[in-house]
Design a protein around this ligand. Structure first.
Ligand code: HMG
Length: 397
């Protein structure tokens, strides 16, 4: 029960962990098939690899793998809500979070719901979670962002696929990041990227999506400032949604220019660089991407204690939100930095032929009853579909 009715407790991210696919492909493999220089992807897009899920992984298994260490550390006695953000949902009705709830053995006295608005919805989830915790600081909320990015094969967007999940525990008196209350939001109906029900892959107008992203970030920033948000010069680090890491650099330069900032291009780029390390190797993880930017920054060498981080979250279609937080003293003791880096290195390297085979298998697994081969080394697996029922189990089963 909240015993302090007069002052608001600090609310924010108390724990954060991630998971990704079991495989990785170097974008030089795709450059070979596309007949372009690898530098187009390494430098032009700022991407070196993409994660590729194993045949028995999906958004549920990645989400459960990301959340498991958080539940192991904190237990689930105070957990009241699971908010599962995704735009690559596995069912039109049932929340992916309910499958994950069983895999993690969470209590029945927990509400679970799925949220969707392209790459933005995890940010909505984080804000909803903060409001729930502010109402009752004894409760915690588990926010999940889990996605597999799929575009049409052989399209210009194919090198910007990826897969990943981030789990965050939102609590009062958080160990990692205190959220500030000002937020700025922006919505505009624009057809830059969408996925109709009949299609397994997204439809995208790439060039329009880049300008829509920049317009939305500018709008969200203006709203954030008008509601008491920090000045551009008072922000130490910026975490942007990163469909490819160069997009964050472009957007940051664009925002700085629109605000008349006197920072040089080198200074601006240096503010983004420490946030790109994980996304550069994972690819677009849609809803998870802006929080993978945060994780890469937190896991870096700099001591961030007391620093302000601004978040620029964008989801095509389009909704954007800007908010900020202050890094808490002692935050490093809540991180799993070595394990995070090891997880990226541990992925199996696949060539283009194997990658194409995995994509083909994944597409058929979603429409036909089938058993999935045992491949993943993650703690949970997608065992297949029987009678249109998706089967999940611990990998040890
Ligand atoms: P493209 O047409 O193949 O690439 O598609 P390009 O020709 O524009 O080249 C890309 C960059 O590489 C350019 O740099 C080139 O100059 C450079 P820029 O001028 O833009 O700075 N380049 C080279 N650099 C070095 N050496 C070379 C070389 N060759 C070229 N040899 C595009 C690029 C991003 C459009 C495509 O991949 C795509 O459509 N991707 C998907 C859409 C996307 O990611 N949009 C981003 C904004 S929308 C968003 O973030 C939301 C999203 O995540 C979805 C959601 O919200 O759910 C997508």
């Amino acid at each position: 029960m909240n015993t302090n009715q007069t002052s608001s407790p600090a609310v924010g991210i108390d724990d954060i962990a991630f998971a990704t696919g079991a495989n990785r492909i170097d974008l030089a493999e795709l450059a070979g098939r596309f007949g372009v220089e690898p530098a187009k992807y390494y430098v032009g897009l700022g991407q070196s690899e993409m994660s590729v899920p194993a045949a028995d992984e999906d958004i549920v298994t990645m989400a459960a793998a990301a959340a498991a260490p958080i539940i192991e550390r904190h237990g689930s006695d105070r957990l009241r809500t699971v908010l599962f953000a995704t735009e690559s949902g596995i069912d039109q009705s049932k929340s992916a979070g309910v499958y994950m709830h069983r895999l993690l053995g969470l209590p029945q006295a927990v509400r679970v719901v799925e949220l969707k608005q392209a790459c933005y919805s995890a940010t909505a989830a984080l804000q909803f979670a903060a409001a729930l915790v502010a109402r009752n600081p004894e409760e915690t909320v588990l926010v999940i962002a889990s996605d597999i990015a799929r575009y049409e094969l052989h399209s210009n967007a194919e090198p910007t696929q990826g897969a990943g999940a981030v789990a965050m525990l939102v609590a009062a008196d958080p160990a990692i990041l205190e959220l500030e209350t000002a937020t700025g939001v922006y919505t505009q109906d624009v057809m830059d990227f969408w996925r109709p029900n009949h299609s397994a892959t997204a439809i995208v107008d790439g060039k329009l999506s880049i300008s829509a992203y920049q317009d939305a970030i500018e709008g969200a920033w203006a709203d954030y400032r008008s509601r008491g948000g920090a000045d551009f010069s008072e922000v130490d680090h910026f975490c942007y949604h990163q469909p490819f890491t160069k997009m964050a650099i472009k957007a940051h330069r664009h925002l700085a220019k629109s605000l008349g900032s006197e920072r040089t291009q080198e200074e601006l780029d240096a503010q983004i660089e420490p946030t790109t390390g994980y996304n550069r190797r994972i690819g677009n993880s849609y809803t998870a991407s802006v929080y993978l930017a945060l994780l890469a920054l937190l896991d870096g060498d700099d001591d961030l204690t007391g620093r302000r981080i601004a978040f620029l979250s964008y989801g095509s279609g389009a909704v954007a939100e800007c908010f900020s937080g202050i890094v808490r003293p002692g935050y490093r003791s809540a991180l799993r930095s070595d394990a995070n880096r090891a997880q990226l290195d541990a992925r199996t390297v696949v060539d283009d032929a194997r990658y194409l085979q995995l994509l083909e298998d994944a597409a058929s697994a979603d429409v036909h009853d089938s058993d999935r081969p045992r491949e993943t080394g993650a703690p949970f697996r997608f065992a297949g579909v029987a009678g249109d029922r998706r089967q999940y189990e611990p990998t040890s089963a």
